[in-house]
Design a protein around this ligand. Structure first.
Ligand SMILES: [Zn+2]
Length: 478
C-alpha cells in the first residue's frame, strides 16, 4: 500500500501545478460568475467523475447487495439514537452533494468497531465505525469524514475502479463473474480478497484528492468549517505517527499535499465562513452514548467467520462429500462447509474456523478452496488464451490484495485431462504470518475456471494433500 505518486504531483511541484490549474479553470468560470453564480460557486473546482463503464443503477444495485452482506457480517451498534443522528447528519450533507440528478438511496449505519474507519459502498450505503465517532473532536470533523465518503459515492469512485479492473481483464463486467461479492467476508476482506468489495473500497490517490475537494465543498455548503475534514485526517496521522496507521488510510491513501490542496479549495470558496458550525450539543451526547456502548462480542459477525487468533481448524477429513455445479463436479472433505454465492456463482469450501475475522472485523478465507469462473472476452481458441486469461486473473487478484505476490510462475498441468496452469502466490494471512495461495486455472467454454487453494504457510503441508485430492476429483461437464 505504499504511495504511488499521483499524477497531481508531477515534477514542478505544487506551485506550478496550481498555476496550471488556475489557467485551466479561471477563463471560463470567471466569465460565468459575472452573470449567474455567487463567488463561492465561481471559484470552486469543478470535479469530473472518472471514466466508468457502469451506470448509476449498477452502483445502486451492486452497492445494495454488498451493503446487505456488510450488515450481516459486521457487528452493528444497534443503537437507534446513534443511527438516527448519523442518518440526519448524513442526509443533510448528502443534500449538498452534486449527484448529477441521480437519487441515491442513502443509508447510514454505525458499526460497533473501535477501529477508526468508515466506508461508503456505491449507491450511498455508508458505514461508520464507532471508533471514528469516538476519535472526532467535534461534529464538523465527523461531518468531514462523512462528506469525504459521500464524495466517493457522488464521483462513483468504486465502480470507476471496477471499470479499470474490467478493462484490465477484458471482461464486460467484473460483477457476477470473477467478482460478485460471494464468499462470506469478501466485502471487507484483507487476507484473500477475491470480492469486488475490496476493489470498490481501495481508492487511488487521485480519487482521494477528488473526494477531499468535494468533501470540503459539501462541508462549506452545509455550513460547517470546511477545514474540519482535512484537520481530522491530519490529527489521525499525527496521533498515530510511528504506530500502525488507522485502517481508514489503507482504503483512503493520503495524497501527498492533502492539507495544502484542501486549504487551496477553502481559499477558492472565500475562506472559512466566520459563523461556520463546528460542534453541537447533540454530537457530544452521541459521542458519550457511543463511548458507553458495550464492545461487540468477538465472532459476533455472522457468515461463518470466527475471530482470528483462535485454535486452527480441525484437520481435513479423509471422507469426501460431492459438490455438483452446472459445469463441473468435485469432492471436498466432509467436515468442510460449502459457501455458495448465488450472484457470482463463486463457491468456497472451508473448514469450521477457516473463515477468519481480524481484530478490525475484516474477514477472509484463511483455510480452504475457492472455485469461480472468469468470463472471457477474447478468442478462447488462441494458442496463448490460457496464459493470457490466467495473467489477467493474477493481475486482478494482486490489485485486490496489495500484499499478494507470485512466488512460482505459472507451470503446466492437467486437470481432468484438460490443459491447465498452476501458479503459487503468497499473501498476508489473517491467521498470522504468510499464506500460500495455489491457483489452478483451466479454460472451459464458460470462461477461465479457477481454483484457489488457501492455507497459512506454516500449515500448508497439512492441506497440500487435501487440495490435490480435491483437484484430482474435479470432473468437467462434457
Ligand atoms: Zn477516500
Amino acid at each position: 500500500m505504499r504511495p504511488k505518486k499521483s499524477s497531481a504531483n508531477l515534477p514542478g511541484g505544487p506551485l506550478s501545478n496550481r498555476r496550471c490549474r488556475s489557467m485551466r479553470y479561471f477563463p471560463l468560470l470567471g466569465v460565468l460568475s459575472l452573470f449567474l453564480t455567487p463567488d463561492a460557486f465561481a471559484q470552486r473546482t469543478q470535479l469530473k467523475p472518472p471514466w466508468n463503464i457502469y451506470s448509476p443503477q449498477t452502483d445502486m444495485q451492486e452497492g445494495k447487495q454488498f451493503a446487505q452482506q456488510a450488515e450481516k457480517q459486521l457487528p452493528l451498534c444497534n443503537d437507534a439514537k446513534v443511527d438516527a443522528y448519523l442518518t440526519q447528519l448524513g442526509l443533510r450533507l448528502a443534500a449538498k452533494l452534486p449527484t448529477g440528478g441521480v437519487q441515491y438511496p442513502f443509508e447510514f449505519h454505525c458499526v460497533n468497531d473501535k477501529a477508526i474507519n468508515a466506508f461508503a459502498l456505491p449507491g450511498g450505503y455508508v458505514f461508520i465505525n464507532r471508533g471514528a465517532i469516538e476519535a472526532a473532536d467535534n461534529e464538523s470533523q465527523l461531518a468531514g469524514v462523512m462528506a469525504h465518503e459521500l464524495a466517493h459515492v457522488a464521483l462513483r469512485h468504486g465502480t470507476a475502479q471496477a471499470s479499470k479492473a474490467s478493462l484490465a481483464q477484458g471482461a464486460a463486467s467484473i460483477f457476477g463473474g470473477l467478482f460478485g461479492g460471494g464468499l462470506g467476508g469478501a466485502v471487507l476482506s484483507q487476507g484473500v480478497a477475491f470480492g469486488a468489495g475490496s476493489l470498490l473500497l481501495h481508492y487511488s490517490r487521485t480519487a482521494e484528492t477528488q473526494a477531499d475537494v468535494m468533501g470540503t465543498q459539501v462541508l462549506y455548503d452545509t455550513g460547517y468549517d470546511p477545514r474540519a475534514m482535512a484537520q481530522f485526517f491530519e490529527k489521525l496521522e499525527a496521533e498515530t505517527k510511528g504506530k500502525t496507521p488507522p485502517l481508514f488510510f489503507s482504503d483512503h491513501p493520503s495524497p501527498d499535499n492533502r492539507l495544502a490542496r484542501v486549504d487551496e479549495e477553502v481559499a477558492k470558496l472565500g475562506g472559512p465562513p466566520a459563523n461556520a458550525k463546528r460542534d453541537s450539543a447533540e454530537f457530544e451526547a452521541i459521542k458519550r452514548e457511543v463511548l458507553a456502548l458495550p464492545l461487540a462480542k468477538k465472532g459476533a459477525a455472522s457468515g461463518g467467520a470466527v475471530a482470528a487468533g483462535g485454535a486452527p481448524p480441525a484437520a481435513p477429513s479423509g471422507n469426501f462429500a460431492t459438490y455438483q455445479a452446472s459445469g463441473y463436479a468435485l469432492k471436498y472433505p466432509d467436515n468442510w462447509k460449502k459457501y455458495a454465492d448465488s450472484n457470482s456463482g463463486e463457491v468456497s469450501f472451508a473448514p469450521e474456523g477457516g473463515l477468519l475475522q481480524g481484530p478490525d472485523s475484516h474477514t477472509a478465507l484463511a483455510y480452504g478452496l475457492i472455485v469461480g469462473v472468469m468470463p472471457l472476452k477474447e478468442d478462447a481458441s488462441a494458442s496463448d488464451a490460457l496464459e493470457n486469461a490466467t495473467q489477467k486473473l493474477i493481475d486482478t487478484l494482486e490489485q485486490a490484495n496489495p500484499s499478494m505476490k507470485v512466488v512460482h510462475q505459472a507451470a503446466r498441468l492437467r486437470l481432468n485431462g484438460q490443459p491447465g496452469l498452476s501458479t503459487y502466490l503468497s499473501n498476508d494471512s489473517l491467521a498470522g504470518g504468510q499464506e500460500t495461495d495455489w491457483v489452478v486455472t483451466v479454460l472451459r467454454p464458460q470462461g477461465l475456471v479457477y481454483f484457489v487453494c488457501v492455507a497459512p504457510q506454516s500449515a500448508y503441508d497439512n492441506y497440500d494433500k487435501t487440495f490435490s485430492s480435491i483437484l484430482d476429483s474435479v470432473r468437467f461437464a462434457l
